[in-house]
Design a protein around this ligand. Structure first.
Ligand code: UDP
Ligand code: MG
Length: 306
């Protein structure tokens, strides 16, 4: 039985050695471990520190990407390199407690194919982040055909079979939370409390998170298209009723020239509506374009291993 630990690293020089020490301590009982550490184009000395770990420990593979591709892509790269029977995905910053990994492995040995960590306590997050996250899950699951479990991040153990399915999924738009849930299989959750980062700082800000959320919704649902259709339908119904009213009024009361205000309101509202709907279509078109170009999700510059 071989375990792969997959972790993306982006400017994490402060946590590299702590990460290896802490995980190695937890994984003591298992001897066949493959560490897949992806350096996502860090600009500090993360890569050098990872290379030092390659020399120091057995089974460490430092995957060097050619530039910064973002977490989702770095994770995809790591997963494509993992060869274990069970694969554990964990962040570099130890916010997801490694202590629950033995429990995950146990569940996996009991026959679960996906053992995902679920955050039960988000008190280390700010109020705004908690609320936005909550609403994101609500909106996402309302609209998406493939729901994702609430408060479950990328921290999880997956069986080889699940990874094989993931590696087969060809989309270039990698919304990992969604992709990881899509294959199904026997899923089990392990609850944990999320800690603060041990060192370094978060790579996410609200605008990035917002984009990630939009990305997820557009990648996993056609609901925005349906909403535009519905809005268009509503608008034309309203327009039709208003037209009947105007025509009757003209027939009964004769031509009445003033009407600039109502005209402007209608023109402005409806051209806005049309632009919004065009934007929604554009969003999907852009995605189709990206998929059709079929550029690789990541570029591996080098793999350092012993
Ligand atoms: N990360 C990455 N590429 C990026 C941004 C982040 O590989 O462009 C990695 C980062 O090194 C960490 C993980 O993704 O291991 C999660 O990042 P972070 O802790 O900043 O996110 P948060 O926990 O705040 O959501
Ligand atoms: Mg973090």
């Amino acid at each position: 039985m071989k375990l792969s630990i997959v972790t993306p690293f982006y400017n994490e020089s402060e946590v590299v050695s702590l990460y290896f020490e802490k995980l190695a301590a937890v994984l003591e009982p298992w001897d066949d471990i493959e560490w897949v550490a992806v350096n996502d184009g860090s600009t500090d000395d993360t890569l050098e520190l990872l290379k030092a770990q390659v020399d120091k420990r057995s089974g460490v593979k430092a995957v060097e990407l050619s530039r910064n591709f973002g977490k989702e892509a770095a994770l995809t790269a790591g997963l494509s390199e993992a060869t274990g029977d069970a694969i554990i995905i964990i962040d570099a910053d130890l916010q997801d407690p490694p202590e629950i990994i033995p429990e995950m492995i146990k569940q996996w040995q009991d026959g679960y194919d996906v053992v995902a960590g679920r955050r039960v306590d988000r008190s280390t997050d700010s109020w705004v982040k908690r609320k936005t996250a909550q609403n994101f899950y609500r909106i996402f699951n309302h609209f998406s055909d493939d729901p994702i479990p609430e408060d479950v991040g990328d921290f999880r153990l997956i069986d080889r079979k699940v990874l094989d399915v993931l590696n087969l999924m060809p989309e270039k738009n990698r919304f990992m939370k969604g992709l990881l849930s899509w294959p199904g299989f026997r899923v089990r959750f392990v609850d944990f409390e999320r800690d603060e980062r041990v060192a370094g700082e978060t790579k996410w800000n609200y605008s990035k998170l917002f984009l990630l959320a939009c990305d997820g919704i557009f990648a996993f649902s056609v609901a925005p298209l349906r909403i535009s259709f519905f809005l268009g339908f509503l608008a034309s119904t309203f327009g039709l009723i208003y037209a009947v009213y105007l025509i009757s009024k003209t027939i009964i009361q004769g031509v009445d020239l003033p009407g600039y205000a109502s005209l402007m309101v209608v023109v402005l509202t409806f051209s806005g509506l049309i632009l919004i709907c065009l934007g929604v279509i554009g969003e999907y078109l852009g995605r189709v374009y990206k998929e059709v170009k079929a550029r690789p999700v990541f570029v591996i510059k080098d793999v350092h291993s012993k």
